[in-house]
Design a protein around this ligand. Structure first.
Ligand SMILES: C[S@@+](CC[C@H](N)C(=O)[O-])C[C@H]1O[C@@H](n2cnc3c(N)ncnc32)[C@H](O)[C@@H]1O
Length: 234
């Protein structure tokens, strides 16, 4: 069961109690800091991929895994009808404190309304958690799309994380997909229950999209093996 450490950190930052960052690590990488200010980024501080996703957004919009609500708030300011959801209660409390009108504490699989644009940003495929769950999540996202609707989602090909300094790779081709990570984080001495977090290269996202009757196109590449994809009904 999650302790909602992520939500606590967001609430601290929102309430001017910022004194330290979240520490993250994975089964294949060492400890790293996730700076809280980054989780409160403005449009000009966002990666180009995220700016592009906001520019492509249209109609009634759902921001899935909204965190502190940066994308949803920008869209609300531009006059869009936007709903933000997150499974972290603290994140939704922060969205409301920041003035987001429509923010709900629910997990993606419990959302039932329909939308013209669905955003999943900051490694949006992470929410699928594991390869075997991709089809279930894609089918659910498909059920939330209005006719001519679109899903805008970003991810990264993390095969570079398995490379040595001399260019050799230690990728084990017999094990499960290399983008399936065990993700850990701690904040102010408290550790969250480990979770699964999925990074997908474009082809590994494209193939299951086709299987469930969705079209997947790459919109743009980012600066470091990341990309933005647009998924639509066929
Ligand atoms: C990496 S953060 C990204 C936050 C935000 N989109 C941003 O760009 O700053 C991922 C978010 O997804 C939320 N999340 C994870 N699984 C979810 C699910 N199944 N349904 C809804 N939210 C989820 C987490 O609580 C977290 O706030």
């Amino acid at each position: 069961m999650t302790k909602d450490i992520f939500g606590k950190a967001l609430l601290d930052y929102q309430n001017d109690n910022y004194s330290e960052d979240i520490i993250t690590w994975t089964n294949i990488s060492d400890k790293d800091e996730l700076p809280l200010p980054y989780l409160f980024r403005t449009y000009s501080e966002m990666p180009k991929l995220e700016q592009k996703a906001l520019q492509l957004s249209k109609g009634k919009i759902l921001d899935v895994g909204c965190g502190a609500g940066n994308h949803a708030l920008w869209l609300q300011e531009k006059g869009f009808n936007v709903k933000a959801i997150d499974c972290s209660k603290g994140a939704i409390d922060v969205c409301k404190l920041r003035g987001l009108k429509n923010a709900e504490h629910i997990a993606l699989l419990n959302e039932t309304d329909t939308f013209d644009t669905i955003l999943l940003l900051m490694n949006g495929t992470g929410i699928f958690q594991e390869i075997f769950q991709i089809a279930k999540y894609l089918n659910h996202l498909k059920s939330l799309l209005k006719p001519n609707g679109q899903i805008l989602i970003d991810s990264s090909d993390i095969s570079y994380m398995y490379e040595d300094e001399d260019g050799g790779t230690w990728l084990d081709l017999n094990s499960s997909y290399y983008g399936e990570l065990d993700y850990f984080f701690s904040y102010k001495g408290e550790e969250e229950a480990p979770m699964k977090w999925l990074y997908l290269d474009f082809e590994t996202l494209n193939t299951p999209c086709q299987s469930v009757g969705l079209k997947c196109e790459k919109v743009m590449d980012g600066e470091h093996f990341d990309y933005l994809a647009r998924i639509t009904l066929i």
